[in-house]
Design a protein around this ligand. Structure first.
Ligand code: NAD
Ligand code: ADE
Length: 417
């Protein structure tokens, strides 16, 4: 018989502090509040067990409470070993959520917690980055037949799921929440744009004005970061591998060059590619003394920490979230948040107003999967447009913004040839 521990958090006595944080997030998440009221009345998730691997933040708490209000039993682990807000985890544990997360998990503890979530035998799997989906597909495949479907929060997770789909290995339908317009246009761009700068400022308190900021990757996240860094008075350089994105960056007014050229002149480097070893040994060796390295991409592989560790002659933590590496040439480089997502490790992640839309898509996608139980194939699906546009409408309504409607004449005109 499997004995299930109910939760594992750092310190349950932090719960009252966590409740205050969650309340603050709730006030700024009006769309999710409406969905919660709807779920409370309809109970569409009654009898459903949900296994979720997400950053355990105050905003995630609002999502999890919404799912519980809909009747679900929720099991939650962290999608990054350093992003958990311990007070929030404690508050959730007190509210009956099976939470297994604390800040500073070792790699083994991180995967242990994910295994606990899989062992809860969820009917719905919610993931951020794909570690839970991949774990189920690699090590717990027998659970897949009971899984109605899953969702995926971020670009890197969708990339991994599409690889599983391509290989014919995906065993249940997954909704790519990341690909909703009301997700990536706002979360990836404005959310990460702001919270990445926030993370760098909280870690370092440096002045952006007049600095040279190098942004690697001009996708949705990179665009947001470049835009906000420029807004703070920085000179912004973009590096890319995709010629179309590079051209877009040029026409948006940024300098574009190879990383090997940018490495010599940058003061602050921010990776946002979803790719591996974007900044590596050959780049570290030519950087200026005092250069700061930060990553906003999902995994801690974009700035090669392995290379930094192997070439550095000295290393020490000099303040919260900053590690100093001394290279053989005597120059010092400063790595933030150990190379993990700087916005969640050194700050609080995206503002609640942004997560309101991302998590509204999550909640409604879970409801959609259950309503369409047995009708979906094991594929990666986009969020249905009705869901996406409903989230946009509710968000506009919460902001007291009204928009025009097509007149009958306009509809006819647009439908004519
Ligand atoms: P995207 O696909 O829109 O953009 C990635 C860009 O990086 C692409 O334009 C690609 O051409 C470029 N790229 C790839 N390899 C490169 C290289 N070696 N050098 C320079 N450019 C390179 O993806 P996105 O939505 O912008 O997401 C980027 C990453 O950020 C993903 O890992 C995603 O999961 C993550 N993400 C993080 C947060 C957060 O809160 N920190 C939020 C959303 C997404
Ligand atoms: N991803 C980025 N910001 C986040 C937040 N505030 N909560 C959960 N996941 C996030």
């Amino acid at each position: 018989m499997v004995i299930r521990v109910e939760f594992k958090v750092k310190d349950i006595s932090l719960a009252s502090k966590g409740r205050e944080q969650i309340l603050w997030a709730e006030i700024h998440m009006p769309v999710l509040k409406l969905i919660k009221e709807m779920f409370e009345n309809k109970k569409p998730l009654k009898g459903v067990r949900i296994g979720a691997v997400l950053h355990v933040t105050k905003e995630t708490a609002v999502l999890v409470k919404t799912l519980k209000a809909g009747g679900a039993e929720v099991w939650l682990a962290a999608s990054n070993p350093l992003s958990t807000q311990d007070e929030v985890a404690a508050a959730l544990a007190e509210e009956g959520i099976h939470v297994f997360a604390w800040r500073g998990e070792t790699q083994d503890e991180y995967f242990w917690a994910i295994d606990v979530i899989a062992n809860a035998e969820p009917h719905i799997v919610i993931d951020d980055g794909g570690d839970l989906h991949v774990h189920i597909h690699k090590a717990k495949i027998e659970l897949a037949k009971k899984i109605v479907g899953g969702t995926e929060e971020t670009t890197t997770g969708v990339t991994r799921l599409k690889a599983l789909e391509r290989e014919g290995m995906l065993k249940y339908p997954v909704i790519a929440v990341n690909n909703a317009y009301t997700k990536y246009l706002f979360d990836n761009r404005y959310g990460t744009g702001q919270s990445t700068i926030d993370g760098i400022l909280r870690a370092t308190n440096i002045l952006f004005a007049g600095k040279t900021v190098v942004v690697a990757g001009y996708g949705w996240v990179g665009r947001g970061i470049a835009m906000r860094a420029r807004g703070m008075g920085a000179r912004v350089i973009v590096t890319e591998v995709d010629p179309v994105k590079a051209l877009e960056a040029v026409m948006d007014g940024f300098e574009v060059m190879k990383m090997i050229d940018a490495a010599k002149i940058g003061d602050i480097f921010i990776t946002a590619t979803g790719n591996i070893n974007v900044i590596r040994r050959e780049h570290f060796e030519i950087m200026k003394d005092g250069a700061i390295l930060a990553n906003a991409g999902h995994f801690d592989v974009e700035v090669s920490v392995k290379d930094l560790e192997s070439i550095a002659v000295e290393k020490r933590d000099i303040r919260n979230c900053v590690t100093e590496y001394v290279l053989p040439n005597g120059k010092k480089l400063y790595l933030l948040g150990r190379g993990r997502l700087v916005n969640l490790v050194c700050a609080e992640g995206h503002p609640s107003e942004i997560m309101d839309m991302s998590f509204a898509n999550q909640a409604l996608s879970v409801e959609y999967l259950l309503e369409n139980r047995g009708r979906l194939e094991p594929k990666v699906y986009n969020v249905p447009y009705e869901v996406d546009s409903m989230v946009a409408r509710l968000k506009l309504k919460s902001m007291n913004i009204e928009i025009d409607e097509l007149t009958e004449e306009q509809k006819k005109y647009l439908g004519s040839y």
